[in-house]
Every structure is written in C-alpha cells, then in structure tokens.
Design a protein around this ligand. Structure first.
Ligand SMILES: NC(=O)C1=CN([C@@H]2O[C@H](COP(=O)(O)OP(=O)(O)OC[C@H]3O[C@@H](n4cnc5c(N)ncnc54)[C@H](OP(=O)(O)O)[C@@H]3O)[C@@H](O)[C@H]2O)C=CC1
Ligand SMILES: Nc1nc(=O)c2c([nH]1)NC[C@@H]1CN(c3ccc(C(=O)N[C@@H](CCC(=O)O)C(=O)O)cc3)C=[N+]21
Length: 283
C-alpha cells in the first residue's frame, strides 16, 4: 500500500510558519493584505475564494474580496486592479479564473503590478520562472504547493522521469518549469498525445491535472511511482474526487495524494505563504 501524501497536515505545518511570520511583520507595523477579484458565481471559484478568505483572516492576513456580477465590463474590473495596485495595504492581488467570456484575462493579468502578482501569472514572473532566474518572484501556488509536498515526503526529483498530464498556465506549464529547473526529465502530455501509457508507465513522478474523474488507473502507473492528483471533480453522487482512481492506484504507487485533502489545501497554504513573501519582499 502506498504512503499517503497528506495535504491537510502539510498545509497545517506551513500555515503555522506563515502565522509566525505574520506576527513578526506585525511587530514592524506591517499587516500583509490580499485582494481577490471574483467575477460571476462559478461554484468552484466561490468555494475556493471563501476558503482563502477564511484562512487569510485566521492567519492575521487582511483579506478583501471584490465581487462583480457575471456581466461586469472590462473597464470596471481594470479600474479595480489599478486601485489595488495603488493601495499600500494590499500587497497581493489575484483574479479568480475562469472569467466570463466578455472579459480579456490576458489584459487583466498584465495590469496587475508584477510585485503584487500572487498567482505568478504576469508575463514578467512567468518569464523569470521559465528562465530559472535567481531572486525573489512569485510562482503559481498549486505547483509551488506540490513542490513543497514532494520535498517534505522526500520524493527524488533530480534524475527522475516526470510526466505531467495537462498543459494549462495554472498547473501544467509552471510545473514543467519547476521540475525542469530541479533537474527532472519532464514530458508533458495533452489531449492529442498518442499512446499516453507509453509515457505514464515509465514515470517515476506522475502529475495529473486534467479535470476528469478516474482518468488514471493502476495499469497506467509504474510500480513504486509517486502520483500527484491535481484534479477537482464532482462524481455522480456529488462527492469531490480527483483525476486518479485512488483505490486502484494506491496498490501500485509508492506515494500518492488523495482528493480531497491533497493538493487543494496546499494550494491555499502556499497562496498565504506567498502573500507574506510579497509583503516581506516589498518592505
Ligand atoms: N487542487 C487545486 O489546487 C487545483 C485544482 N485544479 C483542478 O485541476 C484540473 C485541471 O485544471 P486546469 O489545468 O486549470 O484545467 P484546464 O482545463 O485548463 O486544462 C486541462 C488540461 O488537461 C488536458 N487534457 C484533457 N483531456 C486530456 C486527455 N484525454 N489526455 C491528456 N490531456 C488531457 C488538456 O489538454 P489540451 O490542452 O490538449 O486540451 C489541458 O491541457 C481541474 O480539475 C481543476 O479543477 C486546478 C487548479 C488548482
Ligand atoms: N487565479 C486562480 N488561481 C487558482 O489557484 C485557482 C483559480 N484561479 N481557479 C480555480 C482553481 C482551483 N483551485 C483550488 C484551490 C483549492 C482547493 C481546495 O481547497 N480543495 C480542498 C477541498 C475543498 C472542498 O472541500 O470543497 C481539497 O482538495 O481538499 C480546490 C481548488 C485554485 N484555482
């Protein structure tokens, strides 16, 4: 049976450190602040923003949620981003995705001050990660949380064969940069990849971010592999499930993340960590 990589426990540990860092900043009169912009009422986004808001307040981080109706205009969202850019009490800004189709996500993300870009989506920060640059810059929170868990559970990365399924800007692409920078040999699959098992069966580290329940079974996985399930789906009975058939895959994997309780809680903890990073870097 596989070791379960416990995201809740890892998140609790990280949040304790973040709370101590917030307390240190408060002694200097600094309160970290995050602003989340949510347009419309995509159910997953509503849950995610509520969890973030709750966690931020618990850790002593100022949290502002700015909500717009689904028919919001580009100019008004843009104006709000400018306001947060100019607000000294806010050092982290996040525009929740997905956005309604009348809004241009690229333009909105590029309007965020790169020093306040807590999602690490601004092209300046994307470029720094891609270039493996030194120094302080934000990186996407889901991949960051995954790297933290891999390190905590001593999963070897350098010299490993890593396979990522999915190529989004939020998950797959930043994960590709982080693993490549850490000296893994990385293969990234998409929906047109012929014979995906050819890759997955040779993966020491398999990262799955597709958005389909039961996408990965034991037969797809190399014995002794580490499997990271990023997917968040509802199954036919309404329960939250990942992309990996957990019961089946845990028979062959050495280490595996569950859903819920895996990547999700670490994403939020990493977002809080990075909010405090940005506050410290801007001191
Ligand atoms: N736990 C967490 O913290 C987070 C969870 N998520 C979850 O992770 C999942 C992925 O999110 P996100 O990256 O934003 O989603 P996207 O929908 O943007 O991307 C999905 C990716 O999966 C690929 N894909 C779809 N079908 C196949 C297939 N049959 N074979 C190979 N690849 C395939 C797509 O390929 P192609 O590009 O070719 O279409 C695409 O690149 C979702 O379930 C989301 O809810 C997301 C972010 C954070
Ligand atoms: N700009 C932007 N940045 C994101 O990082 C981003 C986004 N948009 N859009 C949506 C996805 C999705 N996402 C999740 C984060 C935490 C949980 C999470 O906390 N999950 C818990 C369970 C939550 C529950 O029980 O409902 C778990 O997996 O255990 C889920 C999903 C971040 N995303």
């Amino acid at each position: 049976m596989a070791t379960i990589i416990d995201g809740r426990n890892s998140a609790a540990e990280l949040n304790a450190t973040t709370a101590r860092r917030v307390a240190q900043l408060k002694k200097k009169g600094i309160v970290p602040g995050i602003a989340v912009i949510l347009v419309g009422d995509d159910p997953a986004s509503v849950i995610y923003t509520r969890n973030k808001d709750r966690k931020a307040k618990k850790l002593g981080i100022r949290s502002i949620l700015k909500r717009f109706p689904a028919d919001a205009r580009q100019a008004e969202v843009l104006a709000t981003i400018q306001e947060f850019n100019n607000d000294d009490r806010i050092n982290a800004i996040l525009v929740q995705s997905p956005l309604p189709s009348q809004l241009d996500e690229t333009t909105l993300v590029q309007a965020i001050d790169p020093a306040k870009d807590v999602d690490g989506f601004h092209p300046v920060n994307v470029g720094k990660l891609y270039g493996n640059e030194e120094g302080n810059y934000p990186i996407p929170c889901t991949p960051r949380g995954i790297m933290t868990m891999l390190s905590k559970y001593q999963v070897p990365i350098a010299g490993s064969n890593a396979v990522i399924i999915g190529r989004s800007n939020l998950v797959g692409k930043p994960m590709l940069s982080l693993l490549t920078n850490a000296n893994a040999t990385v293969t990234m699959l998409n929906h047109l990849t012929p014979n995906p098992q050819y890759y997955t069966q040779n993966a020491d580290l398999l990262i799955v971010g597709v958005g389909q329940p039961n996408f990965i079974h034991a037969a797809d996985v190399k014995k002794g592999a580490t499997v990271i399930d990023v997917g968040i789906n509802r199954n036919s009975s309404g329960h939250l499930v990942g992309d990996v058939d957990f019961e089946d895959v845990q028979k062959v994997a050495a280490k595996i993340t569950p859903v819920p309780g895996g990547v999700g809680p670490m994403t939020i903890a990493s977002l809080m960590e990075q909010t405090v990073d940005l506050a410290e870097w801007s001191e």
